[in-house]
Design a protein around this ligand. Structure first.
Ligand code: GLN
Length: 252
C-alpha cells in the first residue's frame, strides 16, 4: 500500500522545519507497512486530478509567500476539486494563510489565495508568538489536545459558519481574540501550529494518514493500529505544559 504526498513549494515554504512533518508521516506510515511517496510540486508544475492522497503546504515569510501566491491561487480550483474528491490537505502558517481567499501584508499589499478555506488574513502590528495549546474534536479520534508553537503577524478571520480546527486553551490562535485556531474543510486542515507540528501530536499524524489511505482505497477512514508512543506523548505533555504556563496571551 502506498500514499502519494504532494509537497507544494518545498524550496520556498519551509522555514519552520516543515520537512519534519513529512518525516513523521513517512515513518509512521512505514511502521504500518505503508510507503509514503513524496513528490515536490514547484512553480508551474502540473497538479493532476486524483494524483495525490495528501497535499502539504508549509510556512514561509511574506517575501516567500509573495513569490508563490499567484501560482498557488491559480491552482485554487484544482485544490478545491481534490479536497471535494476526498484528498487530504495539511497547511501550516504561511501556507494556511494562502489557502484562504487573501492575505494583506503590513504595507497593504494583497496576495491572492487559493480559496479553499473560508477566511481572509490581515497582517497586524503585533506578532503573535509563543507556545499554543488547542482542544480539537475530529471524527473518530474524539476530543484531543494539539500542542505547538506559533509565530505570525497575520490575523486570520474565519467566515461565519466556518469550522475551526480547534479551540484555543493557551496562546493566540487565528487572530488573538476569537478563541479559534485553524480551519477545517472536509479532510483539509490548516493551522498556525508548527514546531514542527506532528512529532509531538502523533494522533494528528495518524488521523491524516488514515484519511489519506481512505482516499487511496475509497470508503471511510479506518483507525490505524496503535504504536508505542511514550516518547511522543512525553513531548506532547512538555509542550502542552509550556503553553499552559507561558503561552502567548491575547493580542491587543
Ligand atoms: N505572513 C505570515 C505572518 O503572518 C508568515 C507566517 C509564517 O509562516 N510565519 O507573519
Amino acid at each position: 500500500m502506498r500514499i502519494v504526498v504532494g509537497h507544494l513549494y518545498p524550496e520556498y515554504l519551509n522555514i519552520y522545519a516543515d520537512r519534519g512533518n513529512i518525516a513523521v508521516l513517512e515513518r509512521r506510515a512505514a511502521w504500518r507497512g505503508v510507503e509514503l511517496e513524496v513528490r515536490s510540486i514547484g512553480l508551474g508544475d502540473p497538479l493532476r486530478p486524483g494524483e495525490h492522497d495528501l497535499l502539504y503546504v508549509g510556512g514561509g515569510q511574506d517575501r516567500e509567500q509573495a513569490l508563490i501566491a499567484p501560482d498557488l491561487a491559480a491552482r485554487g480550483e484544482a485544490i478545491r476539486d481534490a479536497v471535494a474528491g476526498g484528498a487530504v490537505v495539511l497547511a501550516v502558517c504561511g501556507g494556511y494563510q494562502l489557502l484562504g481567499r487573501l492575505y494583506r501584508d503590513r504595507a497593504g499589499v494583497e496576495l491572492p489565495g487559493a480559496g479553499l478555506f473560508p477566511h481572509e488574513t490581515i497582517a497586524g502590528e503585533q506578532r503573535m508568538i509563543g507556545d499554543v495549546l488547542l482542544e480539537c474534536e475530529l471524527d473518530q479520534v474524539g476530543r484531543r489536545t494539539l500542542a505547538g508553537f506559533e509565530n505570525h503577524a497575520g490575523r486570520t478571520l474565519l467566515d461565519d459558519g466556518a469550522e475551526p480546527l480547534g479551540r484555543v486553551i493557551a496562546g493566540f490562535g487565528n487572530d488573538g481574540a476569537s478563541g479559534r485556531e485553524g480551519c477545517r474543510v472536509g479532510r483539509a486542515i490548516g493551522t498556525y501550529l508548527h514546531g514542527p507540528l506532528l512529532p509531538r501530536n502523533p494522533w494528528l499524524a495518524d488521523w491524516l494518514l488514515a484519511q489519506a489511505l481512505a482516499h487511496r482505497r475509497g470508503g471511510d477512514a479506518e483507525p490505524l493500529p496503535p504504536l508505542a508512543d511514550e516518547l511522543e506523548e512525553q513531548a506532547h505533555a512538555v509542550a502542552a505544559e509550556r503553553a499552559r504556563s507561558r503561552g502567548g496571551g491575547r493580542a491587543r
